[in-house]
Design a protein around this ligand. Structure first.
Ligand code: HSE
Length: 417
């Protein structure tokens, strides 16, 4: 630690799992010289681990306090988080947030506020918990083009999949465990239906490819409808099912982006990423593959990423967004004309045809267990996502994909999407 550190005065907005985790870490690290000077929470009546005198209830009072060097926003209300973070940036403040849902909707506006008013916004804790993925992409790989970024970036769904596969735990019981351990969002549908990793994929796309996406543009399918039979289908083939966010640059410069369950084999580093652990594979154009793994959820792991951001702000660090195209460059486009090979398990005999599933390589029509394996257009899956969820269908990508027929010849014949 350098000796010239005056304590950094921090205002903490939110004292849930992440806020408490960060606070606890700071108490154990006096050498970090971080003084959590003021803490704001929403509910006065909720029992907490610190005396009531430590808490106040007006977040705007922290924004109005110029003695605070850094503001940390770790609440789970995305609209309020945007109001607070944008208000702080409008004052040119230094801000840390972990709110991926808010960032995924508002990143361009927040970047503009950061640029205009001279503040700084860091959010490492918003993606993959303790893994320093954003700074790795933004800083280390700022100059090198990337081929792909692919990973398990939701701890709760990975925890549920692991528990169901390892000892046949029931889905509801495994989810209750993930909630009790502080991994899940307040609304666990965000985890289980893959809305949470979709938000994180938007942030990865911005830093890895300079792509400004609206989350609704990315297909997200989750594991709400998974059954032990789906897991058995994978197991007998020596595979596991993992929810994988996959971003990949195509040969024509466009980027494919999907978040959905996927069959993963032992040759993939994701195969052994279990419980709440996350893992991200970066494929750099010259450096080749790199793999980062670490705890993806929980108070201390996520609090450690907040700590890293606070320390980085002290050192004057800001994201460079080096991949963002300059005004004279054309922005990379999202590829929507892809076809994915999927396993579709369903109860409705009409579903494969309605979805346009074709080039079937496997099919079973037995009572109580219908499945088909074939190619489907990405946009058909995206448009019918809610119908599939409501119908109890489960979809998992095999890993094979191709560009839809009309452009197929011009591009790579087989993508790993
Ligand atoms: N609910 C999130 C997860 C928390 O399970 O990954 C960390 O972002």
């Amino acid at each position: 630690m350098s000796a010239d550190k005056r304590p950094l005065r921090v205002g903490l907005i939110g004292f849930g799992c992440v806020g408490q985790g960060f606070y606890d870490i700071v108490q154990q690290l006096p050498a970090a010289a971080i003084d959590v000077a003021r803490i704001v929470v929403k509910s006065p009546s909720k029992p907490r681990s610190l005396p009531p005198s430590r808490f106040e209830f007006d977040a705007d009072a922290l924004l109005a306090d110029p003695s605070l060097d850094v503001l940390i926003e770790v609440i789970d209300d995305a609209a309020e988080a945007f109001r607070l973070v944008s208000g702080a940036l409008r004052q040119g403040r230094r801000v840390v947030t972990a709110n991926k849902a808010m960032l995924a909707r508002h990143l361009p506006a927040l970047r503009e506020l950061e640029r205009t008013h001279g503040g700084a916004l860091l959010y490492e804790a918003a993606v993959a918990g303790s893994i320093p993925i954003l700074r790795t992409l933004d800083g280390y790989f700022g100059a090198e083009p990337l081929r792909a970024v692919s990973g398990i970036i939701n701890g709760s769904s990975n925890y549920v999949l692991t528990r169901m596969a390892e000892d046949g735990s029931d889905y509801a019981q495994a989810l209750a465990e993930a909630q009790a351990r502080g991994f899940a969002e307040t609304d666990p549908t965000l985890d289980m239906a893959a809305f949470d990793p979709r938000s994180k994929a938007v942030l990865l796309a911005a830093h890895a490819f300079g792509l400004a996406l609206n989350p609704d543009e990315i297909l997200n399918l989750g594991i709400e409808n998974i059954t032990p039979r789906d897991l058995a289908h994978a197991e007998v083939r020596g595979l596991k099912i993992k929810v994988v966010a996959h971003l990949e640059r195509l040969a024509d410069g466009r980027v494919g982006a999907v978040v959905l369950p996927r069959f993963v084999g032992p040759s993939s580093p994701l195969f052994t990423v279990e419980h709440e652990t996350n893992g991200v594979l970066i494929e750099a154009a010259f450096g080749g593959p790199q793999f980062l793994r670490g705890k993806g959820a929980g108070g201390h792991p996520t609090g450690s990423a907040v700590l890293a951001d606070v320390a980085a702000l002290r050192a004057g660090y800001r994201y460079g967004y080096a991949k963002t195209p300059s005004e004279s460059d054309s922005a990379p486009a999202l590829a929507t004309d892809l076809e994915l090979e999927v396993y579709l398990r369903h109860e409705d005999e009409h579903l494969p045809r309605q979805l346009g599933l074709r080039d079937l390589s496997a099919e079973q029509r037995g009572a109580g267990r219908r499945f088909s394996v074939g190619y489907v257009r990405l946009d058909a899956l995206r448009e019918r996502r809610d119908e599939l969820r409501a119908a109890g269908a489960f979809v998992a990508a095999t890993g094979a994909s191709r560009v839809a027929a009309v452009q197929r010849e011009a591009l790579a014949p087989s993508l790993a999407l």
